[in-house]
Ligand binder design. Structure first.
Ligand SMILES: [Zn+2]
Length: 335
């Protein structure tokens, strides 16, 4: 992820998005207990320690850069872990062309629960690491890959921990977890080559054009990206609002009811190029992004973003729990 530019995004969105760019949304926050139907049903335990350990495990493979040994080893581990949690696994392998014309191997990892059910929810994260720390304050580090503790590993870790619960307690609807590869291989800033939105999110674009089941559809999709930083603020991002406002409302309401209002705020923020954009555009599954917005940085991402500082020191058990428990509440309350 991803450039924050309405102009760039609008160039590939041909229709369907209003140009509302207000940042004047009211601050959410606070607990709401007027009615609590959203947290009534029993749900599996979400262990923050487990999610933290899953994040660390991925980071310890080294940067999961497409084409690296770490990519192969981490894919094997993710797959076996999900299989041990009772999922039906499909690994979608292909080569995709990155910004400079080279081809790299891609491994999308798809974990299906109750595949016989036709009503489904899609949970997504990317698991690759960016090959360039092009936002690092030290220019000498710009060509080094990032550890991607938050940008990549955190979302995949939360979904692994959710998968652990899915094994013990089935949901009313079928669940598909997809860990997308080659999300973060977009043009490094400062390169002469043109930067295009389509250079990002190559794994999700591939899957959206070649879903694992012909005619695949889900009721909605939830993407988790950078869900591990201490005191992260998850805001109402514009692509999510335009394509899936009701999903956003449902998820944010659940988060606030669980007492996570400091994480799930109602501040409206600008559109992002992230996997959910292509899932909305190409395959038409209404999808939102749970992603940190940092009001104090120019990029709007955390100061660790695309730097060598995106390591385990940036990972908070509390934030992982807020994201994970909120998603669990939503998927177990569906009918
Ligand atoms: Zn990124």
């Amino acid at each position: 992820m991803k450039i924050k530019s309405w102009l760039i995004i609008s160039a590939i969105i041909v229709s369907g998005i209003a140009g509302c760019k207000t940042n004047a949304g009211g601050k959410g926050g606070g607990k709401q207990d007027a009615d609590n139907e959203a947290i009534r049903v029993p749900t599996p335990v979400f262990s923050a320690d487990s999610a933290y350990a899953f994040t660390e495990k991925q980071v310890n493979f080294g940067p999961r850069v497409p084409g690296s040994q770490a990519q192969i080893e981490c894919a094997t581990w993710l797959t076996s872990k999900l299989r041990s949690f009772g999922a039906d696994i499909i690994v979608q392998e292909a080569t995709v062309k990155v910004f400079d014309g080279r081809s790299v191997p891609m491994k999308n990892i798809i974990a299906r629960y109750q595949p016989e059910k036709s009503n489904r929810i899609l949970l997504m994260a990317h698991w690759d690491s960016r090959p360039f720390a092009d936002q690092d304050p030290d220019p000498a580090k710009h060509d080094l890959p990032i550890a991607g503790a938050n940008d990549g590993a955190s979302g995949a870790a939360v979904l692994l921990e959710i998968a652990r619960g899915l094994q013990s307690m089935p949901t009313p609807l079928g669940i598909d977890i997809i860990l997308f590869d080659v999300e973060d291989y977009g043009t490094p800033s400062g390169r002469d080559t043109d930067s295009k939105p389509e250079f990002w999110c190559l794994g999700s674009q591939y899957w959206a054009k070649n879903p694992h089941i012909q005619g695949y559809f889900a009721r909605y999709g939830i993407l988790l990206d950078m869900v591990g930083a201490p005191n992260a603020e998850f805001t109402m991002e514009e692509v999510s609002r335009n394509y899936a406002q009701s999903v956003l409302d449902k998820v944010w309401k659940a988060g606030n009811k669980l007492g996570y209002g400091k994480f799930f705020t109602y501040r409206k923020t600008s559109p992002l190029i992230d996997d959910h954009l292509f899932i909305n555009q190409i395959i038409g599954i209404p999808s939102i992004d749970i992603i940190q917005n940092d009001v104090t940085t120019e990029s709007s991402f955390g100061s660790f973003w695309h730097t060598q500082a995106d390591n385990m020191s940036n990972i908070s058990r509390e934030t992982l729990s807020a994201a994970g428990k909120t998603v669990i509440s939503v998927i177990y309350n569906e009918k």
